[in-house]
Design a protein around this ligand. Sequence first.
Ligand code: ASP
Ligand code: MG
Length: 473
Amino acid sequence: MVSRLRLVLKFGGTSLSSTKQIRAVAKFVYTVSKKNEVAVICSAIDDVTDQLLHISEFIKKGDKNAASFVLSKLKKQHRRIANESVSNSKIRKRLADKLDSDLSELEGLLHGMMLLGEVTPRSLDYLISFGERLSIGIVSHVLQDLKARSLDVTGKDVGIVTDSNFGASKPLMDTTRLRVFTKLEPLLQKRTIPVIGGFAGADQHGHVTTFGRGGSDYTATIIASCIKADEVWLMSDVDGLMTADPKLVRDAKVIPEVSYVEAMEMALFGAKQIHPRSFEPLLTKKIPMRIRSTFNVNNPGTLVTATPDESTNKTVKCVSVIRHNGLIDMRGGSMVGAPGTAATIFSELAKAGINIMMISQSPSESSISVVVKKNDLDKAVNTMEMNLLGKIIKKIDVTTDVAIIALIGSGMRGTIGVASRVFGAAAKKKVNVIMIAQGSSELNLAFVVKDGDCAAALQALHDEFQLANHGSR
Ligand code: ASP
Ligand code: MG
């Protein structure tokens, strides 16, 4: 007999975008819960967080009508889905009452923010946490409608305590562990399914905080660590981590197994975005994570573990891409042997709020290249021109629209000849390599090409490392 597992199942917004999907999710959870202890984490219904962010923009602009219009759309959407997805009239009424109470709190909050005409980081977190508050009520009541025992609970109420860094908070794990365990253990023992709101917690003063976009993944792993789960499943609209983006590489496959570190690298690229901190809570207890599709539940997806099976340890596990970036190349004889040059460049960019995605410096020290998001490019170039051109920098060259291609796989470490295969494959397709960077962990080899070359480069590398033969489908 297979023993009972304690599982944390997290559903992303795209798995919760319609009545039909929410019913399917609840049925799946109910089935899994018959043989296992299950805690569910939900994101907001698809697109709702974005809508809440739009509301905040309208408040900033003082556009009351536009903000109210979006609010009324959200109200209608949630009421409709709630009404359609629960058949038992008593349960439907309970859900309607709960939604009314949450929605009137949201309305009150909006009213207050509008009167003040300002959006502070704290009020913004409170506002955008409502997406999850609204979705968990629905999912939990649909589970009750299926005759499961279930309870909805927000990140704050389940006991996730964070620092007060609104918009990018971190959990205070010791306190959180204690509170979450105390809250959830009795429910799990009684086989009641807690449906927990992802993305948000509260600081020590009780103010709601969020983890940043995509933060429900992080909630799932935090909860998993607190209740000593056997596995965490991230359920979304993709089959798992892929050997490449299937839109760009025709024979891309699901990767069966990766390590935490590989997954962390892949999370930043690729079709399945995972909140980058999500792996941290899993590391000490080595809790495995599965990345699976809500719409294809027979597919086992990708297993993320501390020690992937030897047989899955290929040199390169995936080729991924971040498209549409800008590259700035800065040169100057006075950069040579001048300590602090890089620091000056980077701190000027940091002051302008620009995130640097990739860096390389030639050993002659006469040039430094950086890649930034396309949206940041103008600002970055301006900053460099205004503050450093004619001083430490003599010349700036800009290439618009470049793609960063990254090969990821811990098997590259210490394997001789990977780089020559990579650049040989690119050369055969006549793809010009503009810039190269490899971290000394050798887990990730990244290079930059013109965006127009990226599909050819990806396919060439996917073929070269025979990734289509390694995937599971
Ligand atoms: N609802 C939040 C977002 O859209 C959190 C999440 O989906 O994980 O970013
Ligand atoms: Mg989301």
